[in-house]
Ligand binder design. Structure first.
Ligand code: CMC
Length: 433
């Protein structure tokens, strides 16, 4: 990556009576940053910013979010245009390479991905080691890490070719792995990929076809699957992506770095929110109970939060939620389903958006609000939702990891701390304690 930030000013910080100047840097869009790299060297102090609310960790040219306006761009293209007009593999190419592919480039890329969809047969034996009721994310964390044991020829992160092969393998094999995890939890036989199918079609077939009958792929559901993957493909420096960058910063190979990302995604404040959101909608159960749950979410003595609402960056409608809401209707119309869950979701959204607490705190529906409704209607159990998120986000993770490795300004990630533990003291032998 060629660094492109430009200095557009200076900021002066007075530390214990000494004025120190720092460059103010500007990017293409978004707030300027104060480059504090030299702070410790010049003033002997660190900055403290738990949760990184005011700290940028990198320069990136992949994804831009304007949380105030509700804008999400991948390589400059608005997410709604990509979701409506593009396909997941095309977006994957864009995220990885920076430009939309020509027809030839796309054919070659899609061909490469489809050549790598099969898993090593030995990997199938891992599953027997898991309990059938294991959480699918537990299996995914383990098996993605285990993939590193199968490709010793593509482990060197410093070699661009080996790295690229690892990215292609990860993008290609994630659906096969995720589908096997689902099948394992159902006690059903694994279904292998068919390369003539699209990414989304293949995944649905690997999940839902059974040997006893012919599986008919619904174009509406395949398109919805593709859109869900596009909407989850990347989201700049969130917890799991930052985890991938940090894990990769030590030179760890891509499979290990992505396994770290999977683990980070699992939590209910991040990728686990879609599962938590659907469970919440089920718990609410009917429209008349919504006020009770809204009241609980506002009560500081109650830890309950409205899942699928709020975002660290978006202080406006999450643009992914808009596409997701429309997709939910397409899927439910196709399946002829009018679920109480959808009715609860729509009414909850309406009431929360009218509520002063949610308006003042700028809490809007996020991507997870409707994705669970769609995945549930498609037949995925709630525990699988975060696995699907991880499958899609793999593209973002490998793109961000690659950018990190190619950025000459990056080094091993090593945050500092302010120590408030015991002051230095002498060891006392256990016999004297
Ligand atoms: N319901 C009720 N109150 C909320 C909610 C919510 N969902 N989210 C935030 N608040 C309140 C929070 O209590 C706090 O109030 P106060 O200022 O009075 O203390 C205020 O809004 C700010 O919240 P915060 O926790 O300081 O904000 P954050 O940026 O640290 O957290 C969040 C962002 C997404 C973790 C949080 O909004 C949340 O827990 N939402 C529910 C979980 C969810 O849907 N997560 C999916 C995020 S999108 C998918 C992804 O990127 O992984």
């Amino acid at each position: 990556m060629i660094n492109k930030t430009k200095q557009t000013g200076t900021a002066t910080l007075n530390v214990k009576g000494k004025d120190i100047e720092f460059p103010i840097m500007s990017g293409t869009h978004g707030p300027d940053v104060v480059d504090v790299k030299r702070l410790y060297a010049e003033a002997g102090v660190f900055t403290l910013d738990p949760g990184f609310t005011s700290t940028g960790s990198c320069e990136s040219q992949i994804t831009f979010i304007d949380g105030e306006k509700g804008i999400l761009l991948h390589r400059g293209y608005p997410i709604d245009q990509l979701a409506e007009q593009s396909g997941f593999l095309e977006v994957a190419y864009l995220l990885l390479n920076g430009e939309l592919p020509t027809q030839n480039e796309f054919r070659e890329f899609a061909g490469l991905v489809t050549q790598h969809t099969l898993l090593h047969t030995q990997m199938d034996r891992f599953f027997d080691g898991f309990r059938r009721d294991s959480h699918p994310m537990a299996m995914l964390t383990g098996t993605v890490g285990a993939m590193s044991a199968f490709y010793p020829g593509a482990m060197d992160s410093s070699d661009p070719e080996e790295r690229n092969l690892a990215y292609i393998r990860l993008i290609a094999k994630m659906p096969t792995l995720a589908a096997r995890i689902y099948k394992y939890t159902q006690g059903q036989r694994f279904v292998d990929p068919i390369n003539e199918l699209s990414y989304g079609e293949n995944f649905l077939r690997m999940c839902f076809s059974v040997p006893a009958e012919k599986y008919k792929i619904s174009p509406t559901l395949a398109r919805a699957m593709d859109k869900i993957f596009i909407l989850h493909a990347d989201h700049e420096q969130n917890a799991s992506t930052s985890t991938v960058r940090l894990a990769g910063s030590s030179g760890a190979h891509p499979y290990a770095a992505i396994a770290a990302g999977v683990a980070s995604l699992w939590g209910p404040s991040h990728g686990g929110a879609n599962e938590a959101c659907l469970n919440m909608l089920r718990e609410i159960g009917s429209v008349d109970r919504i006020p009770e749950f809204i009241a609980r979410s506002k009560d500081k003595s109650d830890s309950f939060r409205l899942m699928g609402f709020g975002h660290r960056v978006y202080k406006n409608y999450d643009p992914r939620a808009t596409v997701m809401q429309k997709t939910a209707h397409d899927v439910l119309d196709e399946l002829g389903i009018d679920t109480p869950i959808l009715r609860v979701a729509k009414e909850l959204e309406r009431l929360a958006l009218e509520d002063d607490y949610f308006r003042e705190k700028k809490l809007y529906p996020n991507v997870d609000f409707y994705s669970g409704v769609i995945l549930d209607a498609m037949g995925f159990p709630t525990e699988m939702f975060t696995v699907l998120f991880a499958l899609a986000r793999t593209v973002g993770w490998v793109s961000q990891l690659n950018e990190f490795i190619e950025d000459p300004s990056q080094r091993i990630g090593r945050p500092r701390q302010i120590y408030t533990g015991a002051a230095q003291r002498d060891f006392v032998p256990i016999s004297d304690r």
